[in-house]
Write a protein that binds this ligand. Structure first.
Ligand SMILES: N[C@@H](CCC(=O)N[C@@H](CS)C(=O)NCC(=O)O)C(=O)O
Length: 240
């Protein structure tokens, strides 16, 4: 039995839901309300001390980190394959996965928090904000929540994040200009791991995918048309 701790709006959770759907794997979902800080409750910290979604439980095994969870699903449930066969192509998937983890997962939080979280949590009482922030052990996460709760992000912080995000979209655009998929002409974990972030960017202000990154927009529609997209419930979960 597979259990997934997740949130509908969490991009990292979306990576895993998409992989599960592509593989036709059933799972029991356990929703964690990030805005209410349920990721900091002792019961969740026992699963992932980093207080982040998603977490997969498979029998006695507990796994965090979405890219690693998807690698595990591929190894444990190899069919249908979401990894290519050749060593070079496998390395290229791993390279995309690293880029997704390093170059987009972190910067996307700044405009996401600004647009989706700040309007709501900035209205909380000072006591509620302070109580929420006091629960966060990781200082980087605490600083991001403090910014989102108290002041919003500065123009410089937003510009730096958008620069990184646009750079990533440009890298995707180059890879997809003459290709349907990121690696070897087949859907792989590289596409699955990158896709939720493209979905997120396309809901943020100032991102005109079809205008500025047309090959990425076509690739986005290619993935949206797969049954896994509906099964992973992207449509119902667009951030408020
Ligand atoms: N590297 C981690 C990042 C996970 C992550 O950032 N998860 C977000 C949701 S997409 C989260 O749980 N954030 C908790 C918070 O902001 O307090 C992964 O890929 O799983």
């Amino acid at each position: 039995m597979l259990i997934l701790y997740h949130a509908w709006t969490s991009t990292c959770s979306q990576k895993v839901r998409l992989a599960l759907a592509e593989k036709g794997l059933a799972y029991e979902g356990r929703l964690i309300d990030l805005r209410e800080g349920e990721q900091h409750a002792p019961a969740f910290l026992a699963l992932n001390p980093k207080a982040e979604l998603p977490v997969l439980v498979h029998g006695d095994a507990v796994l965090a980190e979405s890219t690693i969870i998807n690698d595990y699903l591929e190894a444990a449930f190899p069919q249908p394959a979401l990894m290519p066969a050749s060593p070079l192509a496998r390395a290229r998937v791993a390279q995309w996965n690293r880029w997704v983890d390093d170059d987009i997962t972190i910067p996307v939080k700044i405009p996401s928090f600004q647009q989706n979280l700040y309007p709501a949590i900035s209205r909380w009482t000072p006591e509620r904000k302070a109580a929420m922030i006091a629960r966060i052990a990781n200082p980087i996460t605490a600083a991001r929540w403090r910014a989102a709760a108290e002041r919003g992000f500065s123009a410089e912080e937003l510009a730096e994040a958008h620069g990184k995000l646009r750079g990533f979209l440009q890298r995707l655009e180059q890879a997809l200009e003459n290709a349907d998929w990121l690696v070897e002409g087949q859907l792989t974990l590289a596409d699955i791991n990158a896709f939720p972030f493209v979905e997120r960017l396309s809901t943020l202000h100032d991102y005109d995918l079809a205008g500025d990154w047309p090959a990425v927009a076509v690739w986005q529609e290619r993935i949206r048309s797969r049954p896994s997209y509906a099964a992973a419930r992207f449509v119902e979960q667009a951030p408020a």
